[in-house]
Design a protein around this ligand. Structure first.
Ligand code: GNR
Ligand code: NI
Length: 177
């Protein structure tokens, strides 16, 4: 297992379109395990392969929702070659963040319910109706596979302010070292 460096804006690789996974070999299994380790360490609730520099249509999610009783329980999920279709017109707002846009948050409007088709780490096919935070997170990760970041859903004004704040905070951090 290995921690992988997470790419941050404005790295041009985050704008690449990821390509279909065709081979479900040991290399892929190792990449998936490394992505989980990297996501848990960050910490984040999702990670797309392109965020660690691999332009493959692969993403991992663990919402780590507290169980009844309060303990956060791990629930690692792998989505390979996902296809999402919105179900109905209802949208929901969620205050999103992204490990590639560190420490910045903004409300994004996305379909509340989606139909998802995907393959698991063994290449088996699945289809499910998904709602709630999982639907939001899956759409955020799916965007990464197309080279889209959550800030692209904001107005130019909001995106500009957010990027200015990010660059300022990054500079302050660098100067303090
Ligand atoms: O950790 C993450 N939190 C999050 C919060 C709201 C909506 C989406 C996300 S995904 C993000 C991790 C990440 O950058 N995945 O690409
Ligand atoms: Ni992200």
């Amino acid at each position: 297992m290995a921690l992988l460096p997470i790419l941050e804006v404005p790295d041009p690789r985050l704008r690449e379109k990821s390509t279909v996974v065709e081979v479900f070999d040991d290399n892929l299994q190792h990449l998936i395990d490394d992505m989980f380790e990297t996501m848990y360490k960050a910490p984040g609730i999702g990670l797309a392969a392109i965020q660690v520099g691999v332009a493959k249509r692969l993403l991992v999610i663990d919402l780590q929702q507290p169980e009844e009783g309060g303990e956060a329980k791990r629930n690692p999920m792998v989505f390979i070659n996902p296809e999402l279709t919105p179900e109905g017109e209802e949208k929901r707002l969620y205050n999103e963040g992204c490990l590639s846009v560190p420490d910045q948050y903004a409300e994004v409007r996305r379909p509340s319910v989606i139909n998802a088709k995907w393959q698991d780490r063994d290449g088996n096919f699945h289809e499910e109706r998904i709602e709630g935070l999982l639907a939001t997170c899956l759409q955020h990760e799916m965007d990464h596979l197309e080279g889209i970041l959550f800030i692209d859903h904001l107005s130019r004004l909001k995106r500009g302010m957010l990027m200015k704040k990010l660059l300022k905070e990054r500079k302050l951090r660098e100067d303090s070292y």
